[in-house]
Every structure is written in structure tokens, then in C-alpha cells.
Write a protein that binds this ligand. Sequence first.
Ligand code: GAL
Length: 762
Amino acid sequence: MRTVVPFNAGWVFHEGDDRFLQSRLTSGKNVELPHNAVDLPYGYLDETRFQRPFTYQKSLQWRPEFEGRRVSLVFDGAMADSTVFLNGKEIHAHPDGYTPFEVGLTDHLHRGENLLCVRIDGSENPGIPPFGGQIDYLTYAGIYRDAWLKCTSPVSIERIRVETRELPDPGFSASVRCDIRNGEQADEPIALTASLRSPDGTVISQCRADATSRDDSVILSFGDLQEISRWDLRTPVLYSVDVRLECMGRHDQLDTRFGFRTAEFRPEGFFLNGRKVTLRGLNRHQSFPYIGYAAGRRAQERDAELLKHALRCNLVRTSHYPQSPWFLDHCDRIGLLVFEEIPGWQHIGGDDWKRRSLNNLRSMILRDWNHPSIVLWGTRINESPDDHDFYVRSNDLARTLDPSRQTGGVRNVTRSEFLEDVYTMNDFVLGSEGSSAAPLPGGNRPRTALRHPRDVTGLDRDVPYLVTEFNGHMFPTKRTDPEERQIEHVLRHLEVLDAAYGSAEISGCIGWCMADYNTHKDFGSGERICHHGVLDMFREPKPAAFAYASQGDPGDGVVMKPVTFWARGERSIGGSLPLVVLTNCDAVAFRFADGPAKTALPDRSRFPNLPHPPVIIDHRHISQGELECWGKAWYDLFLTGVLEGKPVRHLHLVANPLPARIELTPDSEELLASEKDLVRVVVRALDQAGNVLVHFNEPLSIRISGPARLVGPGIVPFRGGSAVFWLESTGETGTVLAETRTLELGRSEVRLRATRGPERGD
Ligand code: GAL
């Protein structure tokens, strides 16, 4: 039977790539995967520090279970160019930082101690996608995802692909393609049994097929499946199929999860299970402060949760590369749609480069084709120019490997050759004309949120169309930026969302982007950060995050976020009107100090298409005299969100905010000692009413005792009222105490439990 166990612990890490490391285990730094080769500062980071070679070594002792079996290592991802040596001999090379690779060890293992050595080169080698031009993100060197030790029988199941089909009568059928790997090249009979299981694990149908071990692949079919629950956004029901192979008295077994659903982009929008869904999404980079790409399962799942439950998106684009399997698995689990694309950014290289890019496409699809969350394959290098032959090939390849999904190709130029199924466009038109108040000299168009698809495609017919980016560099906004900029940031996101909701021909829009990210010197704000997120790098929200969140159904959570620091003198000329309240309430009741209570309604005239337009409180509701002007006293504001006539949310913004307390919120109270677990702890400085003190930028010192390590510096500034650190497991169990101290508010603490959790595989 197959075993696949984690192979993350016990690596020895070295700077550089001395040849002798390939054949001699040498003392270095003991590390566990996922691993980032270089500890990073928050900003002003010099990327040349990791654009060079590093080496990982690990001893692998022969085990009795290797006898007569196929042994391999699977790396989920290592940046950027990996070469694997076993006992001094090069056995595998993988020149890509985003796709997985499997290294066969069987023929090279000694019965005794074996030395594995992985050399990774973090250089931006122009021969490897996405490199060769400038890219607006960083590619952090390291074996930054999990590694696995896999043992199978010599004739084994290479992979399975499940394709479901909706039947007219109604019901579903499912076919399971099972690719066979025949290590012995023998021609032996094999028997395959596929079991289809419902979400609770009950077998609901079984089928069998006979073949020989020389067959490359066998299809097992499940006919008329009735009473199937569909995978949908609200009910992401996951079935599984396991295939058992028997050959010469030996077995192998592989399972996968999948869902029954239909997904189709049409000229009139996107349809999930036949129902039209306007896509509302954000682009995601997989990077984090301090650790780059080396974030394991918890952080990956947390990002998916943030997108689905905090930002209330229904889709994420994995810009600009295949992302962690943990992330995608969680998208399946929670019902978050995914547009996944190949590595690349604007630049297309020569023939070898293109061949590698097509390999990346193949590898991405083979890895991810069973995820019900994935509804579109990105077959084009993000924002690259047209390249007829290359993109004919990439689209053919995607359609051949997976005829069940459509393709998209993200461009930023109009009238580009349409070879995909969905015209996917980065429409950055908003802002290119200057603001309505101050049009750019020479600007010849009024403020425009999105272009009409036909103006973009240049075609004389409607085609499936999706906006894949907007905003971003057109209006970078830091969490600490002034209130007026936050408002404009919010409005720009809302305007594009409104335009997408209002267009029958646009399937939806995906904002740039979920979270700020470190980048090259050629982009960003000078400290090598692009402040393009609706969250900052630590995943703390800017007001624009609530532009998305407030579009969610109030039944899933009430949102009411006024875009204000509530101060007399923050804005130019003073005051706080117009006051934009991002909310999914039916109305917002408000009053200043002891003044009369008033009510304002969502602004449907300005945002006619949004599910939940913001409430905008202005001189329609308050006279100049009521709020008074510069030189007069400032008062508290009380807001109440009203839903179906009932108060559902209260907010009190104080006129004299003072530091009242520090709040420490860990993402989890449990740290898993059995793996390299990371728990994020958010520290917020709050005023008397529990609001974040947005101008609190004091130093915070952090001290950890017990079985956890601090990730990041021990003294950090609050940024916009919050500071974030991570706790990393040490492998030990017990109570972890995190203590923080600020000058103004003294000591605070939080305790976590480090527990064994599931058994460490290796
Ligand atoms: C796009 C690009 C993104 C990001 C964004 C910033 O052109 O595809 O990766 O750079 O601009 O707005």
C-alpha cells in the first residue's frame, strides 16, 4: 500500500552551493520546511540577498519498507531553480519555483545511509519564467512548501482525474481517468476499483475495470448518480473517489476530493450550476512579511478564510502563479472560486522559455484539475503582448488536458488576439483621466470605472468577459494614509464593483489586490512595498477592505464601517463630511453628542448596481450649523446599523480618543508542535470605546516564553494602531506566553497551547 509522509523535518541548511555539500553531510543550520532562505525585514529589503544559491541536505536512512517499492520525494514548491543530488549524483532538476516536482529515488538508494542534497538557486534566471523582464513582486528563495516521502508498489497510480457531467434527466455521471505508472515495464493484469464516497465517507457507488500494467491510463465510469449535492458557494459539498489498483498481488491506492458542479462563462455572464453569479474577487500574492513565501498550511487556509468570510469575495485570482495546495484545498472546502494562472509577468522569453512555460501550464493543470473551486485556467503570461503561436499552443494544451474548464489569458492591451474562451482584461481605466474634481491636463474622457467589453475586445460580438485587475498602482494607499485618500481609495473600488454589477456583459471583477506585498525597486513606494492591497502586508484591513465586505449578505454577518478617523482636523479644511459608511444594513441611524437622531439610507443614486451601496452622510442630512466648523468643539458620533427595522450594530466614535488598552488576538489558541506551525498574533491599540487608534505608532516590545519562537523583530512599531507578529512552533509542547509592552499602556499578554497534534511523519 502507498505511504506518503511529511519530509519536512531534519534538513541542514547552508548558504551557497559548495560542491562538497553534494556528497558530504556537513554541519549547518538545522531547519524545517517550509523554509525561507533569508530572514527578511518588513521593508527596504535588498532582494539580491536571496537571489543566489543555497543548499539543503538531509540524511535518509534505508528503511525496510523501501524493499521492492518505488520510493520518491515530492516537493510542493522550491524557488527558483532546484537540482537534487543523491549520494553525490545529480538525479533531478526542476527549473520552476511554483510547480511541484517528484524525484524518483528507487534506483539510487543505498542500503544504509543516503545523503540528499537540494541546491536551489534563487537568482532571477532570465531563462526561467517569470524572469527575463521586470516583475512586480519578489520570488523568495527556499524550499518554501512541504516535502513528502512517497512509497508505492512498482505498478502504481500516477494520478487520477475526475470529470463530472450533468445529465438531462437529472443527475450526474462521473468518469475517473486513472493514469498508471509501471516501474517494472512488465505486462501484467491489473484490476482497478473506484469507490465514490459521499462527504461523510460512505461509499455510494463502485466500479471496476481490468487492464494491463502496460496501459497508460484507464477510465472508470459512474453512470447515473442520483441525489447528488452540488458544490456551490454556500454549500461546497465535497465528494471523494478512491481508486485501488491490484497487480501481481500488490496494491496501490489514491484518492482525491472533487465536487459536482457546472461552471461556465458566457457572453451574458458567469453561471455556476446554471445560476448567474457576479464575480467579486481580489488578486492574491502568496507572500508574507519576514518569511516571504514560506507560509505553511495555517497561513494559507487563513488567507482563503479572509477572502471568503472577511472580505466576502466569491473568487480569488492566484496572481501570478500556481499557489499552495493548502490554499486551494481550503478554497474547495469553503466555497471560494479560483482563477489560477501560470507564472509570468509581461515578459515572454525565447523558445526554451516558452517550452518551460508550457511545462508549467501542464504541471499546474495536472496538479489541480480536481479542485471544484477552480473555474478558469490562465493560459497567458500576465499582461504579455500577443504571441499567436505560443498562445495557440497554450490554449490547445489546456483544452486537451482538461476539456471541462475554460481558459482565460490576462492582458492589459485592447484588441488583443482572442484565443481563449474568456476575454480576461486588466482594466485600469479609472484614474487614467484624473479625478473628476481635477481632470488631468489633456484628459479626454470623463471619470470612467470600466470600459465596455466591445471597446476593449474590438470584436463585433459579445464574448465571455472578466475584469481581472483594477485600481492597484492607479491609487496606492497605505493603511496609515490620510482619511481623504482612504475615501478615494474606497470609492474607486466601489465604482468599479458597481460598474461590473451594472453590466450584463461583464462576468465580474477582481480588484488589485488582496494584500500589500514586497516588490522590486522598480515598483512600489520606495521601501519596496506595493501598497495596493485592501489589507496591509500583515492582513490588517484598510477601509477599502470593507468596500468588499459590505457587499456580503447581512445574514452572513453585518458590516458597518465608517470611513473616518473621526477628528475635526484630519481632512483638509476640517470636518468629516461626506461620511461614507460601508454597510450592508438597510439604513444607518446616527447622532452627534446629544443632537437629534437621524437616519441615512444607502446611496442608490450614486451606486445603483451594488448589492449594498454605502450610506453617505452629507449636507442632505446635516446642516453646516449642526456640525459647526473649525474652531468649535468636536463631539462623539453614535452610529446604529438598522436591518429590517431593527438595530443590529452600534458604533461609538469618541471625540477625545485616548489609549485605553492593548488587545492581543491570536489567529488560534493552539500551536501545532507536530509541524512547523505559525500562528499570527495581532496587537491592536484601542481607545475607550474599543476603536483602533489609527495614529498610534509607538514601539511594541515582544517577549516569548515557552515552546515557541518569535518570527520577526522583538521590537516593532505599531502601524496605524496595530502590530503583528508570528509564533512558530519549536516541536515541544506546553504553554506559550507572549508578552507585549508599550510605554503608554504597559504589559499585555496572551497564552497559547503548543500541542502535539497529528503525528510528525518524519
Ligand atoms: C498590473 C499587474 C500586477 C500589478 C498591478 C499593480 O499591471 O498585472 O501584477 O503590478 O499592475 O496595479
